[in-house]
Design a protein around this ligand. Structure first.
Ligand code: ADP
Ligand code: ADP
Length: 228
């Protein structure tokens, strides 16, 4: 079952003076863990933004479960209900506590108001932060902030996780534990995971590695050591 299908995907910025994607063809199946690697500026984040409907292609097609993302009537509902986002810089709201941040995507869900705080508490427990639920992001360490962001990404039980350098701002101990957490949650919840990373050790854990260069996919392979 195909989750994403891209054909001839191109993305230009600044009236065409920047060509971030130059014709990407890609199919992602349900349950895959894809690592996207490649040098800075090759288009990794741009591709992830297209998959998340945070931005739209200049030309080419991109389907999510057979439907064009570009033609979707309500992208904010798609983003909130189908996708969990994890960013390098966490993107938590500074004036919201941990438990409030986790509830933000629920604004776009049909989870009853009276159940949202309980659900957020459960998710914080799942990421090992039950003792931090009323802390503001500024009072949390980097690893803890990313755990809050991971709990938030699960708010509406998404089927896809999109992660852009999720360990890029973490030290090596937190990198290891945050990666283990993401990998475990993905397995437990049977999510499709697409992760941009510079870390080849992380890429090795993935079921498929996609290497990009200058806005194109230059290598698309299942590694010999792959778990599936
Ligand atoms: P990567 O994630 O691989 O580092 P990006 O997708 O962020 O690469 O960027 C690809 C290219 O597009 C780069 O040249 C970058 O400077 C450019 N770019 C990305 N976003 C924008 C934007 N919003 N406006 C203009 N140029 C952009
Ligand atoms: P992350 O949280 O993943 O680290 P950042 O906070 O680094 O993300 O922000 C990346 C954002 O910067 C993206 O939305 C991307 O489109 C934008 N961007 C990247 N390159 C450029 C550029 N050359 N000009 C304008 N915006 C850019």
């Amino acid at each position: 079952e195909s989750v994403y299908e891209a054909q001839g995907l191109q993305k230009e910025y600044d009236d065409g003076s920047v060509k971030a994607l130059r014709g990407v063809d890609l199919q992602i199946k349900a349950g895959e863990f894809i690592a996207i690697i490649g040098p800075s500026g090759c288009g990794k984040s741009t591709l992830l933004q297209m998959l998340g409907a945070l931005d739209w292609q200049s030309s080419g097609t991109l389907l999510y479960r057979g439907k064009s993302l570009k033609d979707m009537p309500d992208p904010s509902v798609y983003r909130a209900r189908e996708i969990g986002f994890i960013f390098q810089s966490f993107h938590l709201l500074p004036t919201f506590t941990a438990i409030e941040n986790v509830q933000v995507p629920m604004f776009e869900s049909d989870i009853p108001l009276g159940q949202r705080a309980d659900r957020a508490r459960e998710l914080l427990k799942l990421v090992g932060l039950e003792h931090r639920i009323n802390h503001y992001p500024s009072k949390l360490s980097g690893g803890e902030r990313q755990r809050v962001a991971i709990a938030r990404s699960l708010a509406n039980n998404p089927s896809v996780l999109l992660a852009d350098e999720p360990t890029g701002n973490l030290d090596s101990a937190n990198t290891k534990s945050v990666m283990e957490l993401i990998v475990r949650l993905r397995e437990e919840k049977k999510m499709t995971l697409v992760m941009v990373t510079h870390d080849l050790d992380i890429a090795r854990v993935a079921s498929r590695t996609i290497q990009m260069k200058d806005g194109l996919i230059v290598n698309n392979s299942v590694p010999a050591t792959s778990p599936q």
